[in-house]
Write a protein that binds this ligand. Structure first.
Ligand code: FES
Length: 280
């Protein structure tokens, strides 16, 4: 028997926003009935804000709970904010999911991504006419692509083939794809190690340049979208002193602070030991 959080049980018993939006602006689908789970999500979008969301699913209790909480998470958010939601955010909002059921949060995230992509395609006719990029399918049994596996490893810190199966279903039937999944895990961690090594070998001057560049091109650009801003005051070793303005409405996690967003971005892109200090 799985160990479910109270929130999962509550959303399963009283799912929010079940149904269909007749004149939806975007529709996304994930999973397949052949695999046992399918989710369809409908979005109503006005002025770049999701004003309504509904879902229909044929799946287990975790799939219902994940879809239900996802609709609550996205209604009222801007498209930029919605695009930053990960499957981990969905599971976190539910107070966690059993490892074997994490694929339900992934399915929610995939349906949302599909809906946003369809919306973008509709909005951008040139893109619609362009040849679609064919993704490499790694697991033929469940139609799981290389990108989906890579993303699941990255967002959830997966280290074994079994964990990847729990999150994506890949490898959970005939098992022929397990060796390739193992290669993808190895490639991901080798790349991560290489990036960390490169970061640790930066000279102090290179590090300062890189921090300044990330603040200017990534962080400030993100904050300015919401009327905020960042000023770099000083860098002392791994300590970065900044002045911040605005709120973190564009952050991936609704609980994240502005300082947390800046620190995470610098840790991911420059050095995992960076500490951000806010000054007046
Ligand atoms: S190809 Fe992945 S389980 Fe069969």
């Amino acid at each position: 028997m799985w160990d479910y959080s109270e929130k999962v049980i509550e959303h399963y018993r009283n799912p929010r926003n079940v149904g269909k939006i007749d004149n939806a602006d975007a529709i996304g689908v994930a999973g397949s009935l052949a695999c046992g789970d399918q989710l369809k999500i409908y979005l109503k979008i006005k002025n770049n804000i999701v004003v309504d969301a509904k879902f229909q699913t044929f799946g287990c209790g975790s799939a219902v709970a994940s879809s239900s909480i996802l609709t609550e998470m996205i209604i009222g958010k801007t498209l930029d904010e919605v695009r930053k939601i990960t499957n981990k955010d969905i599971a976190d909002q539910l107070g966690g999911l059993p490892p074997e059921k994490m694929h339900c949060s992934v399915m929610g995230h995939e349906a949302l991504e599909d809906a946003l992509k369809n919306y973008d395609d509709y909005m951008d006719l040139d893109e619609l006419r362009a040849e679609p990029v064919k993704e490499k399918i790694i697991c033929q049994c469940f139609g799981v692509t290389e990108n989906q596996i890579w993303e699941a490893i990255k967002v959830n810190g997966l280290k074994t083939v079994e964990e990847v199966t729990n999150f994506t279903k890949a490898g959970g039937a005939c098992g022929r794809c397990k060796d390739v999944i193992k290669d993808i895990i190895e490639t991901y961690y080798n790349k991560l190690e290489k990036e960390e090594h490169e970061a640790s070998t930066l000279s102090p001057a290179q590090k300062i340049l890189k921090i300044s560049k990330v603040i200017e091109t990534q962080i400030a650009a993100e904050l300015q979208k919401d009327g905020g801003d960042i000023t770099l005051v000083d860098i002392d070793g791994s300590k970065v002193y900044v002045k911040l303005r605005g709120k973190c409405s564009g952050c991936k996690n609704a609980m994240m602070t502005l300082k947390g967003f800046v620190e995470n971005t610098l840790r991911e892109t420059v050095d995992k030991n960076i500490e951000v200090i806010e000054v007046e």
